[in-house]
Design a protein around this ligand. Structure first.
Ligand SMILES: Cc1cc2nc3c(=O)[nH]c(=O)nc-3n(C[C@H](O)[C@H](O)[C@H](O)COP(=O)(O)OP(=O)(O)OC[C@H]3O[C@@H](n4cnc5c(N)ncnc54)[C@H](O)[C@@H]3O)c2cc1C
Length: 363
């Protein structure tokens, strides 16, 4: 009933836009083809349709942007990627088991199921989804050109672009990693640390930056003990963070040590093999949980430097906004957030991106 009300309301809004619109508004809100007058690029068909909103990426940020843009009758087109950045369509949550902190799901829901629900809702709101990866973009003039891999001859044209390509957690690729991923190994302590499999267990964190210290401290709320493996005799973390972990009685720091393998039973992780880099001594330690805190790689290579990025490759969005360095291009989710990195914050900025794209198109 409620959804029918909203559908009707959206229809009325869109009709009004069509009847009262100025030529500029019509250009953006119409789904018919438009002529491009200021672009000489030979691979552009002048009668080609210009999409109002193209969303690149399909995690919580992209799907939320799609839901909002779809309900605003912007007929969004989403490219959900095909193993882009090494992650399946649906994003990082598809690599984990139970989600306990997404509002609205009092019982744990699997990451895969949550993303399937978001995708379904997005499609029902009118988003067209293509399981293809975007190889490159040309943001030098509007309409923007978006090149789908294997179809580079004819770019997709778009009035606005929402980039929601996320980030990929760095992994070490040690033997056993694949087998125990999500069954004892994770790249997100804040997300997974409270899960039953890690409670009152010995947990190991790999990394020596601020994030590693934060994650180790966070894990002490649940673990019986936390060990940090640090490759050298120094930590990259700030002095304050180092002090915090050094003074925590539940945290042990093992210096000059690297992880070389993860071992266990068929079902669960039980041991880690570690190596001292000074004397090459190899040993096994008991551990029921392993958390990587060795950074993320934002999926921004396909932008080829056309948007302002920070020194680690994240898109710089304006404060309290998803606007990027190019008008009409918006960024949401982990691709522009290296602080919070949560599904709910990604979804929140996805909503912001769609609202900002809608406002941009209307003016
Ligand atoms: C192991 C693990 C467990 C986690 N658990 C939780 C949890 O319990 N709760 C929580 O809130 N958060 C959790 N997180 C964090 C959460 O998954 C992320 O914050 C969230 O998924 C970010 O959403 P996003 O939409 O920005 O991008 P992502 O989820 O990273 O999705 C981006 C998508 O875009 C696609 N893509 C990339 N490049 C292209 C391209 N060129 N063309 C087309 N598509 C492209 C990618 O393939 C990917 O599917 C976890 C993360 C990890 C790694």
């Amino acid at each position: 009933m409620i959804s029918r009300f909203f559908k009707n309301k959206a229809l009325i809004t869109s009709t009004l836009l069509f009847t009262n619109s100025t030529p500029t508004l019509y250009k953006y809100y119409s789904s018919t083809n438009i002529l491009n007058t200021n672009n000489n690029n030979s691979n552009m068909n002048t009668n080609q349709k210009v999409e109002k909103v193209v969303i690149i990426g399909s995690g919580p940020a992209g799907h939320t942007a799609g839901i909002y843009a779809g309900r605003a009758r912007l007929e969004p087109l989403m490219f959900e990627g095909f193993m882009a950045g090494g992650v399946a369509a649906g994003g990082q949550l598809t690599t984990t088991t139970e989600i306990e902190n997404f509002p609205g799901f009092p019982d744990p829901i699997s990451g895969l199921e949550l993303m399937e629900k978001m995708r379904k809702q997005n499609v029902e709101c009118g988003t067209r989804i293509e399981t293809k990866t975007i190889q490159k973009v040309d943001l030098s003039s509007r309409p923007f050109k978006i090149y789908v891999e294997d179809e580079l001859e004819t770019p997709i044209l778009a009035s606005t672009v929402i980039i929601a390509t996320g980030a990929t957690a760095r992994r070490m690729g040690v033997p056993g990693e694949e087998q125990y991923w999500s069954k004892g190994i994770s790249a997100c302590a804040v997300c997974d640390g409270a899960l039953p499999i890690y409670r009152n267990k010995h947990l190991v964190v790999v990394g020596a930056g601020d994030t590693a210290c934060e994650e180790a401290t966070f894990l002490t709320h649940f673990a019986s003990k936390v060990t940090m493996l640090v490759r050298s005799t120094n930590m990259r973390a700030s002095k304050a963070m180092q002090e915090r972990v050094k003074n925590n009685p539940k945290i042990e720091i093992v210096w000059n040590t690297v992880l070389t393998a993860a071992k266990g039973t068929e079902k669960s992780l039980t041991h880690l093999t570690i190596k001292n880099v000074v004397d090459d001594k190899v040993s096994d330690i008991e551990a029921q949980g392993l958390f990587y805190a060795i950074g993320h790689i934002p999926n921004t290579a396909f932008l080829d430097g056309q948007l302002k990025l920070d020194e680690t490759g994240y898109i710089i969005a304006q404060p309290y906004s998803t606007k990027t360095s190019i008008e009409g291009v918006f960024a949401c989710g982990d691709v522009q957030d290296k602080i919070y990195r949560q599904a709910i914050t990604a979804a929140g900025t996805g909503c912001m991106a769609a609202l900002e794209a809608e406002r941009f198109l209307a003016h």
